[in-house]
Design a protein around this ligand. Sequence first.
Ligand code: NAD
Ligand code: USQ
Length: 399
Amino acid sequence: MKIVVLGGDGFCGWPASLHLSDLGHDVLLVDNLSRRRIDEELGASSLTPIATPQERVAAWREVAGREIRFVELDVAQDYDDLRDLLLTERPDAVVHFAEQRAAPYSMKSPAHKRYTVDNNVNATHNLLAAVVETGLDIHVVHLGTMGVYGYGTAGMKIPEGYLDVTVTPEDEGAAPVEQQILYPTNPGSVYHLTKVLDQNLFAYYAKNDRLRITDLHQGIIWGTHTDQTARDERLINRFDYDGDYGTVLNRFLMQAAVGYPLTVHGTGGQTRAFIHIRDMVRCVQLALENPPAVGDRVMIINQMTQTHRVRDLAELVARISDATVELVPNPRHEAAENELHVRNDTFLDLGLEPTLLEEGLLVEVEDVARRYADRADLDKIPCTSVWTQEQRPGVPPSR
Ligand code: NAD
Ligand code: USQ
């Protein structure tokens, strides 16, 4: 297949691109490098030393003998260029990772909220409008999030996108009608909200223009290496640990490696869905190999393999690495404790063999963190973005 990867310079996009290229697909990376600029804005950087996109693709050519091309383009702003690229390249599929993906970053200020909405919603809508304008039959695979669902499920397993409901018609004597609706959303940040908005864009374009769309509702990624990124240091993936972009398990592993108390928010009773980065690249492959048909509704797949409670993760990391755990005030507005049950049959049925925490991989990731520990800036570890006005320093709680 010819595959365009939007956001191909990012934490997920880069290893996914290498994996697809390694399988023999023709891969074109598109990225506006906004993530690298946000590092500069935050004064933070990847724990691992990442090469430039140009160095990365040159290293891949040298190591694997395969060509990945790179185009710098803003998917949210350069509509004409995006459409022309699709017309010139005529890809079979586009994998869309090109969004601002950190919940804390999206809550930092009104400017950050607005940027996240503008960037994410426009990127998604530009892609859909461009596919329609080209008239090409391109399979769109989008990286969505488990966070669109919210985390209070009343004990039920969250289905893969759609909920069965029974409607009782107003007409007397009419039989109840069975329907499937999009599972009700309950986002926990402006970032997660943009993924909810994306969902409606997809539903509309699948219905109105018969676009073929797969929306992958992905859990929190942990890990950093894949088989391909580990092949040469110039191919190394980014590893975020700062208070905005670092995700919880990778943060705990890095904190353990540098002797920083593990930052558990609140009671650590939050339960979340997780997936290892190696499984993510395989899921993207499986999604590409199993597209919906023209006229189908959006194919929604839960891309997660395990659920874990935050405090259990902290205790596990503390146990294997002799770290201490600290309960810090929760900067977020989220339920202190929740259960989470998720259906994930689609990828398991397609042959995904989940990488589990128990497999000793925690240690592998911690090794990465330890190896690059001297690059860590400990001042960047605390999460300083807060969710509500009341949580801002100096604002009295009664306001
Ligand atoms: P990332 O920030 O590392 O990568 C995103 C890439 O997209 C960056 O390289 C950035 O420069 C690029 N980008 C952003 N806006 C763009 C635009 N307008 N035009 C062109 N390029 C643009 O994030 P990631 O962790 O790789 O996440 C990728 C996708 O996966 C996101 O949509 C995210 O919501 C989703 N996701 C990530 C996780 C996770 O744990 N990392 C979990 C679930 C879902
Ligand atoms: N948390 C801590 N301590 C920390 C960091 C986080 O206790 O140091 C807690 C948070 O309060 C939250 C949970 O851990 O309850 C998860 O936080 P996270 O930053 O790992 O995950 P989240 O903000 O949800 O975002 C990440 C990715 C996002 C993706 C999402 C998948 O950044 O792109 O969409 O995971 S999911 O959570 O399934 O929606």
